[in-house]
Design a protein around this ligand. Structure first.
Ligand code: 5GP
Length: 181
């Protein structure tokens, strides 16, 4: 850990493990109201940041779920969005006329959400498409887009934990935290 310029001991908890747990149940109930329970649901996990949120969320869903994984990168090793979206893997099965839920860790500038929503609508023609995000940095938005569902609205600060990283670290923290200035 010596090369880390951010020290885990300095992290401040923003959203606790318990708050996240409760929110996951709440979000799952909302999702269940949006998609018929007797129809299969394709859950698209946007790697890497959504891996923990998505894995925990699907455990609460009663649908017949199929999980798919795509990989996009926008931050690199920085704490500010590079605005340089890299689609690393967008391989997906045929989603035409399927119920689809895109699961993201956080919406910041909104550029990733905009890219994915447009891509899914134009290329995949789903029956129903929704976008759920654990966190929403509304104040950082650079394009007019809102997730259909989200867990918590947060200020424009760089956060880690519950899948979100800094230089690849801290994804395993069971809470959301930040480094005070
Ligand atoms: P956007 O395209 O909305 O600017 O950024 C979306 C992606 O940027 C997220 O999926 C996430 O990977 C990354 N990101 C945005 N804000 C944060 C943050 O506060 N912390 C971390 N670790 N990643 C973030």
């Amino acid at each position: 850990m010596t090369e880390l310029d951010k020290d885990i001991n300095k992290l401040k908890i923003l959203i606790s493990e318990n708050e996240i747990k409760n929110k996951l149940k709440e979000l799952a109930e909302k999702i269940e109201k949006e998609y018929p329970i007797d129809e299969e649901l394709y859950v698209i996990c946007v790697l890497k940041g959504s891996v923990i949120f998505c894995s925990d969320l699907v455990k609460h869903l009663k649908h017949l779920v199929k999980m798919e994984f795509i990989r996009i990168s926008s931050y690199g090793n920085e704490t500010k969005s590079s605005h340089n979206l890299q689609a690393i893997d967008l391989t997906l099965p045929n989603l035409e006329n399927k119920n689809v839920l895109i699961v993201e860790d956080i919406i910041d500038t909104g550029l990733t959400a905009r890219f994915l929503t447009d891509l899914f609508k134009i290329k995949h023609h789903p029956k129903k498409l929704m976008f759920v995000s654990l966190l929403n940095k509304k104040c950082a938005r650079q394009t007019a887009i809102e997730p259909d569902l989200y867990g918590f609205e947060i200020d424009d600060k760089f956060v880690v934990g519950f899948g979100l990283d800094y230089k690849g670290y801290f994804r395993n923290l069971p809470y959301i935290a930040y480094f005070p200035e």
